[in-house]
Ligand binder design. Structure first.
Ligand code: HEM
Length: 144
């Protein structure tokens, strides 16, 4: 196993996953400030880019370890180092799905519900940023 560069002894893949999500989280906050400055078309495209890019670290860094945890069955609840990443995967999956729904709704499918999408945008972004905080917690639990 190749160690990462953050000095925690975590695998390289975990450090890359963590760093890429922090960069994307910063990007999402930048996209939010675009909306505050009323640059809506740029905000919409930017949030779509950030959301689709997040699929890569999730697919390559998280789905594999999560499936291993899921295969433990009820034993996954036996200790914090398994139950916390397992639950993070479920809540992160919901957050990522909601972000994807929101960017598709805003960019390409304006007829999709809800008719007033502001709450959807706020909730999905808040959950998504919370997932980054949760993922950072998972990293610290596993390798901190
Ligand atoms: C909004 C979506 C998500 C965000 C922002 C996020 C963020 C993170 C971050 C920053 C880490 C720490 C890096 C690492 O340890 O590799 C992490 C770890 C992890 N995530 Fe996520 N995650 C998300 C969605 C998911 C999903 C959908 C799954 C399940 C399929 C998942 C499962 C895991 C697992 C199992 C780990 C521990 C990986 C390891 O053993 O190193 N996450 N996540």
């Amino acid at each position: 196993m190749v160690s990462g560069f953050l000095g925690s002894g975590a695998p390289l893949a975990s450090d890359l996953t963590l760093l890429s999500l922090w960069v994307l989280g910063g990007g999402a906050i930048g996209g939010w400030t675009m909306a505050r400055r009323k640059a809506f078309p740029r905000h919409c495209r930017w949030m779509a880019l950030v959301t689709w890019m997040a699929v890569l670290p999730i697919l390559f860094g998280m789905v594999g370890p999560w499936l291993k945890l899921a295969r433990l069955g009820p034993d996954v609840f036996a200790q914090p180092t398994t139950v916390v990443p397992f639950m993070h995967g479920l809540s992160g999956g919901i957050a990522q799905f909601l972000m994807m729904y929101t960017v598709v709704r805003m960019n390409w499918r304006q007829q999709w519900p809800p008719r007033r999408p502001l709450v959807l945008m706020r909730v999905s972004l808040a959950l998504w940023l919370l997932s980054i905080a949760g993922g950072t917690g998972v990293y610290l639990l596993l390798y901190g």
